[in-house]
Design a protein. Structure first.
Ligand SMILES: Nc1ncnc2c1ncn2[C@@H]1O[C@H](COP(=O)(O)OP(=O)(O)O)[C@@H](O)[C@H]1O
Ligand SMILES: [Mg+2]
Length: 460
C-alpha cells in the first residue's frame, strides 16, 4: 500500500476536509466529470504543522503526554487529566485545517455528531473547546487497544476471523443506532474502528458523517449538494464515488461494512491502488470476488465471501437493506458453522473408502448415497448398511475415534456435501465438553460395530 505519497488534488478547488489524497485516507472533494483525467503528480508529503495540546488547551487541567496518532483531520494526543486523574484522548484540529472555514466547521460538526451518538460501540466524547486562535479540539475516551487494521493484519486462525466478525457485528449495532438518528458514517474502514484490550469495539471518526432529518439541528455546516465525493476511495460505495449525496443512506454504510469484511477475508481493500486510478472502477462497484484475490491469510469461507459481495452490491437495492440485516447474516454465519466448502460428487463415485485414513466428514446438502461394508465372510462382496440423504452426516466416526473408515460411502446420484476438515473436528473435540461426549459415543459405536462384525463372522 502506498502510504507515503501524497497527491495534490484538483488544486485551486476549496476542499471540505484534508487537502491531500492518500491511499487509504479520507477525502471530501467536489466531483466533476473529467476530474479523473486531471494530471496527478507525486510529491513528498508537506510537513504538517504541529498541533500541541498545550497550545490549544492552555489553563486546562490536562497534562500533554504527546501525540499518539495522526489522521487527515487532526492529531490525536494523550492527555492526563490532573483533576480526575485519568488519561483521555484529544483530537486537535491542525492550524492548516483551521485556515479553511469549511474544514473547521466540519471538525466542530464531527464533535457534535459524536456527542449525539451515545452508544456502547461509539467512542464517548467528553467536551469540545475552541481556543482564542480559533483552533478546536475535543477530548474523548482514550481507547487502549488496536485498530481493526492491526487486528486484521494479525489474524492467523479461523478463531481470529470469528473475532473480527464479532467486531463487525458490533460495528453494525453502532451504525443501526446512528442510522436511527439520521447519521450516516460514510468513512468506514479498518483504521476508523478501534478494539479495546477487553474486546470493546468503538466506531471512531465521524468527521465525514452525513446528517439527515431532525438531527441536522445539531450541526452548523450547510447541507451538502450532490457532486461531493466523500469517503475513502479504497472502501468507497459507488454512490459516494459518483458524488451522489442525495442517494447516500444507511445502505452506503452497509457497503462500508462489506468492504471491511472484504479486507478481513482477502487482506486487501476492495479497491487497492492509486485512488485516482481506481475511482472509475469504484464508481461502477467493480470488485474482484474474494476467492480470486491471491494474498489472503486463509481461504475465505465461500458463505462469507457471498455476504461481503452482497453488502457491496452496485445497486443499493441488492444489498442488505440495513445494518441490522447485515449483522443478522454475520450472526447466522457464526452460529451455523458455514465455514466449510461444498463439494460435488458425481453419481457412482466413492466418497469415502472403508479402511482408508479419515481426513474429513461430510454433511449432505443434496442427493442420496449409500454406506457399504465389506462382507466379513467374503471380502469380494459388500452389503448396504444405510441410504443417506440431505441433512445426513457421514465420515465423522473415524475422525472422532481416530480410526480408519469403518464403511464406504457411494453416491447413488449426484451428491453435494459440505466437507468438514479433520482439523476443525479435532478443535471441537479438544475444546468442548460436547466434543468429548461425541468422541465417547464414536468410540462406543466403533466397539459395538467391531463386536457385530465378529458375531457375523462366527455365525457364517
Ligand atoms: N480515542 C482514541 N483513543 C486512542 N486512539 C485514537 C482515538 N481516536 C483516534 N485514535 C487513533 O488516531 C487515528 C486517527 O484518528 P481519527 O479520528 O480517525 O482521525 P482522522 O479524522 O484524522 O482520520 C485512529 O486511527 C486511531 O489509531
Ligand atoms: Mg480516521
Amino acid at each position: 500500500m502506498r502510504e507515503d505519497t501524497l497527491i495534490p488534488l484538483l488544486s485551486g478547488i476549496p476542499l471540505l476536509s484534508g487537502s491531500h489524497l492518500m491511499g487509504e485516507e479520507s477525502v471530501a472533494i467536489p466531483w466533476f466529470e473529467g476530474a479523473l483525467e486531471e494530471e496527478v503528480t507525486s510529491a513528498s508529503p508537506p510537513p504538517l504543522p504541529p498541533a500541541s495540546a498545550s497550545e490549544v488547551r492552555s489553563n486546562s487541567p490536562f497534562r500533554d503526554e504527546g501525540e499518539i496518532a495522526r489522521g487527515g483531520m487532526g492529531a490525536i494526543r494523550r492527555l492526563y487529566d490532573e483533576q480526575l486523574r485519568r488519561r483521555v484522548a484529544l483530537k486537535a484540529m491542525t492550524p492548516e485545517l483551521a485556515s479553511d472555514a469549511a474544514s473547521a466547521q466540519r471538525f466542530l460538526d464531527e464533535a457534535r455528531i459524536t456527542g449525539l451518538l451515545d452508544h456502547p460501540n461509539i467512542v464517548p466524547i467528553h467536551d469540545l473547546v475552541v481556543d482564542d486562535k480559533g483552533l478546536a479540539s475535543y477530548t474523548m475516551k482514550l481507547v487502549k487497544g488496536q485498530t481493526l487494521t492491526e487486528l486484521i493484519a494479525a489474524q492467523k486462525t479461523h478463531r481470529d476471523l470469528e473475532n473480527i466478525l464479532e467486531c463487525l457485528i458490533k460495528v453494525c449495532d453502532a451504525l443501526s443506532f446512528a442510522h436511527g438518528r439520521g447519521v450516516i458514517h460514510r468513512d468506514l474502514k479498518p483504521d476508523n474502528i478501534m478494539v479495546g484490550t477487553h474486546g470493546q469495539v468503538y466506531v471512531m471518526d465521524w468527521g465525514l458523517a452525513l446528517v439527515q432529518g431532525e438531527s441536522r439541528a445539531i450541526v452548523d455546516g450547510a447541507p451538502e449538494p450532490d457532486g461531493m465525493v466523500v469517503g475513502t476511495v479504497a472502501y468507497m460505495s459507488p454512490e459516494q464515488a459518483r458524488g451522489l449525496v442525495s442517494k447516500t443512506d444507511a445502505r452506503t454504510d452497509v457497503f462500508g461494512v462489506g468492504a471491511m469484511l472484504y479486507k478481513a477475508l482477502t487482506g486487501s481493500p476492495p479497491y487497492p491502488g492509486e485512488p485516482m486510478q481506481v475511482l472509475k472502477r469504484v464508481q461502477q462497484a467493480q470488485v474482484t470476488p474474494p476467492e480470486q484475490v491471491g494474498n489472503a491469510a486463509m481461504k475465505p469461507p465461500p458463505h462469507l465471501s457471498q455476504v461481503a459481495m452482497k453488502a457491496m452490491a452496485a445497486n443499493p437495492d441488492d444489498r442488505f437493506q440495513s445494518a441490522d440485516e447485515l449483522a443478522a447474516a454475520l450472526r447466522e454465519f457464526l452460529r451455523g458453522g458455514n465455514w466449510f466448502p461444498q463439494q460435488l460428487f458425481p453419481a457412482g463415485s466413492v466418497i469415502v473408502k472403508e479402511g482408508d485414513a479419515a481426513d474429513a466428514a461430510y454433511i449432505i446438502t443434496s442427493g442420496r448415497c449409500e454406506t457399504r461394508q465389506v462382507d466379513p465372510g467374503d471380502p469380494s462382496r459388500s452389503h448396504v448398511l444405510r441410504v443417506l440423504g440431505p441433512g445426513d452426516v457421514f465420515g465423522e466416526t473415524a475422525i472422532f475415534a481416530d480410526a480408519p473408515r469403518s464403511a464406504s460411502v457411494v453416491a447413488l446420484e449426484e451428491v453435494r456435501a459440505v466437507v468438514v476438515e479433520r482439523a476443525a473436528i479435532e478443535n471441537l473435540t479438544h475444546s468442548s465438553w460436547l466434543g468429548l461426549f461425541v468422541k465417547a459415543l464414536a468410540d462406543r459405536f466403533l466397539q459395538i460395530d467391531a463386536e457385530l462384525a465378529e458375531a457375523r463372522k462366527s455365525s457364517i
